[in-house]
Design a protein. Structure first.
Ligand SMILES: [Zn+2]
Ligand SMILES: [Zn+2]
Length: 267
């Protein structure tokens, strides 16, 4: 990655390889060839960015690809519980749409989700098991689950099946794979992504409609202008009362300093 100017994060575990990386098209295909060579049947999902959305190169070796804290649950190689984008689309837009659950963390749903999807309110993925225990979902009816790129669901589905759910299906390649086929389908809003683009729209390109709130680091679509430097930024409703209209920690400190000075003059 360093040699070919590719940036991003790759996670290695005994159960597989997962990562998001960015670079020039030629460098990306070079990296893809390399990963195919060492890891075999890897699925790649492409999206476009004009700017480099990562600042670092990192490769982490972890016990699990996604932190379910259940390293004992290992995805099967030949699993038939995947739905293609076409099958998924037919189910969710059909006459009797089944229960659809979004397995992402709650803040990721702020920017968009599938129409009528249930938000289990997860703060982290390790809450998934507790949610299943408390929600008491019907086990006879089919349940559809999805996430950003289909990786988290590889684990989420195992957790469900270990609890007796037989008719649970996951969206292969996640929202990103679905949008590739159905940009105007059943996914509403924008898809949160874990890099500087924050979200991608239906065409899988960054829209600039969302930014990361400097107060909490979560996505927001409320655009403001920084009182210190004049730059545009996004401040979420939760932070509105506790964080001044400032785009960064440095600007916040200067704004607060000025506000205190003005208050002293006034008193
Ligand atoms: Zn905030
Ligand atoms: Zn500023």
């Amino acid at each position: 990655m360093e040699r070919s100017g590719v940036f991003g994060l790759v996670i290695l575990a005994t159960e597989g390889v997962n990562g998001t990386v960015a670079g020039a098209e030629a460098s990306i295909s070079e990296i893809q060839d390399f990963i195919r060579e060492v890891a075999g049947g890897v699925r790649f999902k492409d999206s476009i960015s004009d700017v480099r959305p990562f600042k670092r190169v990192s490769v982490d070796v972890r016990a699990e690809i996604v932190g379910l804290k259940r390293p004992d649950l290992v995805p099967e190689k030949d699993d038939d519980h995947h739905l293609s984008a076409e099958e998924w689309h037919a189910w969710v837009t059909g006459a009797n749409p089944p229960l659809v659950i979004d397995t992402r963390n709650d803040y990721e749903l702020r920017t968009g989700k599938f129409r009528n999807a249930v938000d289990p309110g997860l703060k982290s993925f390790s809450d998934w098991g507790r949610y299943l225990d408390e929600a008491a979902l019907p086990q006879e009816a089919p349940v559809l689950i999805y996430c950003t790129g289909g990786i988290r669901c590889e684990k989420a589905i195992l957790e469900m099946r270990s609890r007796g759910f037989e008719r649970v299906y996951q969206l292969r390649d996640g929202i990103l794979g679905y949008l590739e086929k159905y940009p105007d389908g059943a996914f509403e809003g924008e898809c949160f992504v874990f890099d500087d683009r924050v979200t991608v729209g239906p065409e899988l390109t960054p829209t600039g409609n969302f930014g990361v709130c400097p107060g909490c680091g979560l996505p927001s679509d409320a655009k403001k202008s920084c009182l210190q430097c004049g730059n545009a930024f996004f401040l979420c409703a939760e932070c509105e009362g506790t964080w001044p209209q400032a785009c960064s920690k440095a600007c916040r400190d200067r704004v607060l300093h000025r506000m205190r000075a003005t208050a002293r003059e006034a008193s």
